[in-house]
Design a protein around this ligand. Structure first.
Ligand code: UDP
Length: 326
């Protein structure tokens, strides 16, 4: 019998790639998305596919969430406020979506006893200078009055809910912590650096590096991320666990800017912009964020192997096509 998967946030950047992967693997897929940051164009290519259905609704619409969870065999919960810029610009709505939305989806999963995966974030680790981070490492957060840390806390609440539903009620939940996922369909509007640099490079504008550009990240291909998610859901021992999902490469943001200029062949220069100018006074950036992914490998045998230049090339191709057909 065909399995039916519900993907909340299914029209978003990562959600839509997950939908593609699940359809390719033979699932019937329902994508639920309120199109706030998700985009119709991300799932348009699936609209004629009998194995795909699109529902325009918010995860804050509890009755609708309940009905869709009831019809599904497995649930992937990705709907969330994402992107540092969005969280800084609209903190209240972001927190409500991340906490109340997750509560609704978990409540429904519990009521109908459906296995569920929650997507969390490397923001969980906060500003700790240590790393590569292991799943059980301590978190180091600043004041909850700084929006970055309130966002981190909101995602921690989601993780705790998932864990407690598992521990206390036996609901099969899995949490994945994603680290700077990138790929085609990602937009720069909400703060993500790679699509921003690509757009700037394709327009011949200076690439705006925040701070001194020495801060580093582990950019991870979305194709690896969705493959890891589907694989992990198929491993019974993964229930009740949390997994880092990330690439093993690390790159400083100024080197990333150079890479984008080189791969686009752009005449753009690089300019350095102080953090306060972009995010205001109450913002803190972290200097490094790298993952230890031995747990994911141990449970699933999966490693994120796609290289950064390959992913950047795919994103440049997508951005060029989008410029031609907006
Ligand atoms: N960044 C940048 N220019 C931009 C957007 C981001 O230099 O236009 C920097 C940002 O300060 C951070 C890194 O790039 O150090 C990654 O930023 P992003 O918002 O993509 O992810 P996160 O901060 O959540 O890791």
């Amino acid at each position: 019998m065909t399995m039916r998967a519900l993907v909340t946030g299914g029209a978003g950047f990562i959600g839509s790639h997950l939908v593609d992967k699940l359809v390719a693997e033979g699932y019937d897929v329902v994508a639920l998305d309120d199109l706030s940051t998700g985009r119709y164009r991300n799932i348009r290519h699936l609209l004629d596919n009998n194995h795909f259905e699109f529902v325009t609704a918010s995860v804050l619409d509890a009755p609708r969430v309940d009905a869709e969870v009831a019809r599904a065999d497995v649930v992937y919960h990705l709907a969330a406020a994402v992107g540092v810029q969005l969280i800084v610009d609209r903190p209240l709505q972001s927190l409500i979506t991340n906490i109340k939305g997750t509560e609704n989806v978990l409540d429904a999963a519990q009521k109908h006893r459906k296995k569920i995966m929650l997507t969390s974030t490397s923001e969980i680790y906060g500003k700790s200078q240590n790393g590569p981070f292991k799943e059980d490492d301590d978190r180091l957060l600043g004041s909850p009055r700084k929006l970055r840390w309130s966002y981190s806390t909101s995602k921690a609440v989601d993780e705790i809910l998932a864990f407690v539903y598992y521990k206390e009620l036996g609901l099969p939940t899995i949490v994945v912590r994603l680290f700077n996922t990138i790929g085609p369909r990602q937009v720069g509007q909400y703060g993500m650096v790679v699509p921003r640099f690509i757009t700037q490079a394709l327009h011949g504008e200076p690439l705006r590096v925040y701070g001194d550009g020495r801060q580093s990240r582990s950019f991870t291909s979305v194709f690896d991320v969705v493959a890891a998610m589907v694989r992990t859901m198929e491993v019974p021992e993964a229930e009740g666990e949390v997994f880092n999902v990330a690439s093993h490469e690390e790159i400083a943001i100024r080197e990333l800017a150079e890479l984008v200029i080189q791969r686009t062949g752009s005449p753009s220069s690089i300019t350095y912009v102080p953090f306060e100018e972009v995010y205001g006074e109450s913002f803190e950036d972290m200097s490094r964020r790298a993952a230890d992914t031995t747990k994911l490998e141990r449970f699933t045998g999966f490693r994120c192997e796609t290289t950064l230049p390959d992913t950047v090339d795919e994103m440049i191709k997508y951005a060029r096509e989008s410029l031609r057909n907006p």
